[in-house]
Design a protein around this ligand. Structure first.
Ligand SMILES: NC(=O)c1ccc[n+]([C@@H]2O[C@H](COP(=O)([O-])OP(=O)(O)OC[C@H]3O[C@@H](n4cnc5c(N)ncnc54)[C@H](O)[C@@H]3O)[C@@H](O)[C@H]2O)c1
Ligand SMILES: OC[C@H](O)C(O)[C@@H](O)CO
Length: 363
């Protein structure tokens, strides 16, 4: 098949670049080109802001990932295909796609087993030293671009990334129909975990947070119960959650989507004997963990990192079928030039998800 193109010269590649903590600039960067016959070039339409973007913006580092050279931020994007490489079969110019922002080696044992999120050679957008998607044009392997169904908007497409994170967490939890699930944290990831858990058949979904307004939203979104964590011991918070949701023996599954130490401690105490705990939140490297309770309850404890084979497809399907209404999470949409204001709003907690329109998009 011959390479299809449109006039991409008319498309700006203005990018939102983090130079050092707190110092961002807009730069017209060189346009990416198709370097592999299986790649496509995508004009980015909308990008959501993730906590990790804000963290890089404020601190310039997450763990051992340190921004040493200027880096384009953003990795939660959807866009429109403007050029396809000659070997691409699944997409054509004009297709609207959700962008999966991490590209693994495809050859190691993890990749071959479909657990490519564990690939040591992962190239992940806006994780130093790699640039992100808050830019005009993005080149990517076509099989990491997911065509959006007609009834899914490009704005919803930008929410597929955090939804895929939640899908992966819920898959790690192996939720069964009729089970009870407690989700710690009612930020975007926790809210989406609650919604995905429900779509997997969980009948009691309890959201826990320290902010009442987040829980009010969680109740209106998909949680059946909501609990404001109190300044008491983790055991007492756990007991209060059990009382609230009528879970005398504890919850079948507990998911942490906060990364907060007290929440992780409460999680272990609220899980039932033989239950499952999944760590989705990312916080301190080391915490005090109730390891004896974990042992005595014979808990299954799992980590969850990004997403692997099938997660993006399922995320798109959950939105297409209306099982997860990601539109409700979109607090607002700003123009590309207002990107820094949007970061500020996410930092102060004023917004659930703000989308930044691509530099070629009119708002
Ligand atoms: N595992 C992964 O691959 C992956 C991917 C993306 C994000 N994350 C992590 O998931 C977490 C959630 O992401 P997000 O975007 O929703 O972040 P967020 O900061 O918007 O949400 C975290 C929520 O936890 C709440 N919280 C804080 N302390 C708490 C406590 N003691 N008890 C209960 N709730 C508490 C906060 O009020 C907030 O609402 C973050 O830690 C993020 O780093 C993990
Ligand atoms: O959704 C993907 C996550 O934001 C990233 O993995 C980040 O948190 C760590 O690099």
């Amino acid at each position: 098949m011959a390479t299809q193109t449109i006039n991409k010269d008319a498309i700006s590649n203005l990018s939102f670049v983090l130079n050092k903590p707190g110092d961002v600039t807009f730069e017209e960067r060189p346009k990416p080109t198709i370097s592999d016959p299986n790649d496509v070039l995508v004009a980015v339409n909308y990008t959501g802001i993730c906590g990790s973007d804000v963290h890089y913006w404020v601190h310039g580092a997450i763990g051992h990932f340190v921004v040493k050279d200027p880096m384009v931020l953003g990795h939660e994007s959807a866009g429109t295909v403007v050029e396809v490489g000659p070997a691409v079969k699944n997409l054509k110019v004009g297709d609207r796609v959700a962008l999966e922002p991490g590209y693994p080696c495809r050859r190691c044992n993890f990749c071959r087993a479909g657990k490519y999120n564990l690939c040591a050679d992962m190239v992940f957008a806006a994780t130093p030293p790699y640039h992100g998607t808050l830019t005009g044009l993005w080149a990517a392997p076509a099989d990491f671009c997911y065509k959006l169904p007609d009834n899914v908007s490009l704005q919803e497409g930008a929410l597929i990334e955090p939804l895929a994170v939640a899908v992966h967490i819920v898959k790690q939890a192996q939720i069964q129909p009729g089970q009870s699930v407690v989700v710690m944290g009612a930020g975007p990831v926790g809210l989406l975990c609650a919604a995905v858990a429900k779509s997997y058949g969980a009948t009691k979904v309890v959201s826990v947070d320290i902010v009442q307004s987040k829980l009010d939203f969680a109740k209106s979104f998909s949680s059946t119960h909501a609990y404001v964590s109190q300044r008491v011991s983790p055991e007492e918070n756990a007991q209060a959650i059990k009382d609230l949701a009528d879970l005398p023996i504890g919850a079948d599954v507990v998911i942490d989507a906060s990364g907060a130490e007290p929440s992780i401690q409460t999680s272990i105490h609220v899980a039932r004997m033989g239950g499952t705990y999944v760590q989705g939140g990312m916080g301190k490297n080391e915490i005090t963990f109730p390891i004896m309770a974990m042992c005595l309850k014979e808990l299954t404890v799992r980590g969850s990192f990004r997403y692997g084979a099938g997660d993006y497809e399922l995320a798109v399907e959950l939105v297409r079928t209306g099982r997860v209404d990601v539109k409700k999470l979109i607090t607002g949409i700003v123009s590309f030039k207002q990107a820094e204001e949007a970061f500020q709003k996410v930092k102060t907690g004023e917004a659930i998800k703000i989308l930044i329109a691509g530099p070629n998009e009119k708002v």
